[in-house]
Design a protein around this ligand. Structure first.
Ligand code: EPZ
Length: 431
């Protein structure tokens, strides 16, 4: 069982290079399966979720090879409508994007029901409702989901495009959902006619998926607003695309500097994506300087507490909620954190309390009384961002912290130990 060991109390300084966006790769890599050709995707983060996604792509017949450390070439010409088995699909939530891409290209998809971090119920009713509006039926049995167009055939059998194709539709989501927005964009790219997604999510990784589809010959407009229009095209020809930097990894290192103190330059970022997070940290007392593709954060005095409510983009991201809570544990005064997206995203709080934090969770609100010190302890990560929150607390804590189940952290953060070590943190991996 691998764990991180952190001797806290050392301020951070220097440069950290932000990797490509995990939640952009989550939908863009499955999106490459739509292409009956070859594409190159760069700035792909080397994280375990990407490794698993590539394994699924290859299982479906794609040929994937690394051109360099962060660039992959995907040849989708031999992709066949196959099965995403449970041993692969149930390990992460993002496996459901293979439904949109395989349904979009072949008129059918057979995918294990998704897994992923335990944040409460994670239904996919909005995805299935959208697919149904485009003419697909779905059937769930033995943990597998079969979505298909009645009478659909593969490209080869049908002999021509059109038969067994989804039909464009006007789809209005009942709530803002990142996953369903991206999944329906994937399904609509090759559909017959126009699809309009209303009440669509606006996250940066949704704009990135639209950019990818258009670079491959697709016709998507309105991404980043709450109405996205996709005109189906007959085929996607392939091309090159570079993923955006990871907004949440950027925010995580900003939070690490906010907790541990110091002076950190984050390189290869898009400051505009960080606006809300930067405004919160600056209001708490951090010094923040922005350039075209970098952000410098400095913290020397104790920060002031504040109140946070997570919202869909451009609000405060739910995926930064555990990390900012860790920072608030050491800030002056009372803070509150309201989680409006997920029903069960405070499980990390008990772990922070083991380190001396004062957090009381009442339903979807955590009330935090700032303390002057946290103390090293043995703790465990329950999910990706909860693990990141424990690392942040450990960097600021007095003494040694050991964090178990760091495999969760490595699902979404490339080389966190190396990046933090280069910033002066005393952190290492203990097998
Ligand atoms: C994506 O999850 C991200 N994961 C999550 O990041 C992130 O927390 C979430 O979006 C919100 O930003 C990936 O992109 C792989 P949703 P997703 O569909 O798509 C409800 C991380 O840490 N809902 O936007 O699953 C749902 O229950 C992960 O990187 C339905 O009710 O989230 C939730 O309350 C954790 N029915 C809300 O909508 C549906 O069909 C938002 O979910 C779909 C969603």
């Amino acid at each position: 069982m691998k764990q991180y060991v952190i001797h806290g109390g050392k301020p951070l300084s220097g440069e950290v290079f932000i990797s490509g966006a995990k939640n952009a790769a989550a939908s863009i890599l499955p999106g490459a399966m739509l292409i009956n050709g070859i594409c190159q995707i760069s700035n792909v983060p080397r994280i375990s979720d990407v490794k698993l996604t590539i394994e699924i792509m290859e299982r479906l017949g794609a040929r994937v090879k690394y051109i360099d450390a962060e660039t992959i070439e995907v040849d989708g010409r031999a992709v066949q409508p196959g099965t995403v088995p449970q041993e692969l699909g149930s390990q992460m939530r993002a496996s459901h994007f293979f439904i949109g891409s395989m349904l979009g290209r072949f008129g059918r998809a057979h995918v294990s029901l998704p897994g992923g971090c335990g944040l409460g119920a994670r239904p996919i009713d909005q995805h299935l409702k959208g697919f149904a509006q485009m003419g697909a039926c779905n059937r769930i049995e033995d943990g597998m989901l079969q979505v298909s167009i009645p009478g659909s055939q593969t490209d080869e059998e049908s002999g021509n495009e059109g038969k067994g194709k989804l039909k464009g539709a006007r789809i209005r989501f009942d709530m803002v959902t990142v996953g369903a927005t991206m999944n329906l964009m994937l399904a609509a790219a090759l559909a017959k006619g126009t699809t309009v997604l209303e009440n669509a999510a606006r996250e940066p990784h949704i704009v990135d998926l639209a950019g990818f589809l258009n670079a491959m010959g697709g016709d998507v407009s309105g991404a980043g607003t709450n109405t996205i229009t996709i005109n189906g095209v007959s085929s996607l020809k392939g091309g090159e695309y570079r993923l955006i930097p990871d907004q949440i990894e950027t925010g995580t290192y900003m939070a690490a500097a906010a907790a541990a103190g110091g002076d950190v330059s984050l390189k290869g970022v898009i400051p505009q994506h960080m606006e809300y997070i930067s405004s919160v940290l600056s209001a708490m007392g951090m010094e923040i300087e922005e350039g075209s593709d970098f952000i410098v954060v400095r913290k020397s005095n104790r920060l002031k507490g504040t109140d946070i409510t997570t919202m869909p983009y451009p609000g405060f991201p739910t995926d930064m909620q555990p990390q900012i809570a860790a920072v608030l544990c050491l800030a002056e005064g009372r803070s509150t954190v309201r989680e409006s997206i997920w029903e069960d995203r405070f499980r990390y709080a008990e772990q922070l309390c083991r380190m001396g934090a004062d957090i009381k969770v009442e339903g979807r609100v955590a009330v935090i009384e700032g303390v002057s010190k946290l103390y090293g302890a043995e703790v465990e990560a329950y999910d990706l961002r909860a693990g990141a929150a424990l690392v942040i607390a450990a960097l600021a804590a007095v003494g040694t912290t050991k964090i178990k189940h760091v495999n969760y952290i490595e699902r979404g953060y490339h080389d966190m130990v190396g990046k933090l070590s280069r910033l002066g943190a005393d952190i290492y991996v203990e097998e």
